[in-house]
Write a new protein. Sequence first.
Length: 115
Amino acid sequence: YLTIALLTGVTTLYLAAAAMAHSPLSKSMPADGETVSSTPAELQLQFRGEAKLVKLSLSQDGTDIPLGDSHLMQIATQHVVALPALSAGSFEVRWRALSADGHVIKGNFDFTVGE
């Protein structure tokens, strides 16, 4: 039983360390599901560790809103992107990054302007 308990403990620690190593998104501004009264000046993505942002898109009702690409391919824990003026409505942010250990991580979140 001791061997099984040790193997279970080691496996649990390994999986937890692997999950943390992938630098998931820990915070965004605007936050997921947040409603803001007017266009935020910028979009912020905060990762738990360094990550290279390789793709970032913003869309409203399926229509892409250009963000440029100067923010891409930089390695940082926080990525900040200036936003153009946005009309009222719901927006979806999709991102893809490479974590420090080389794994692809991706996600999305939504926010609303002025409703």
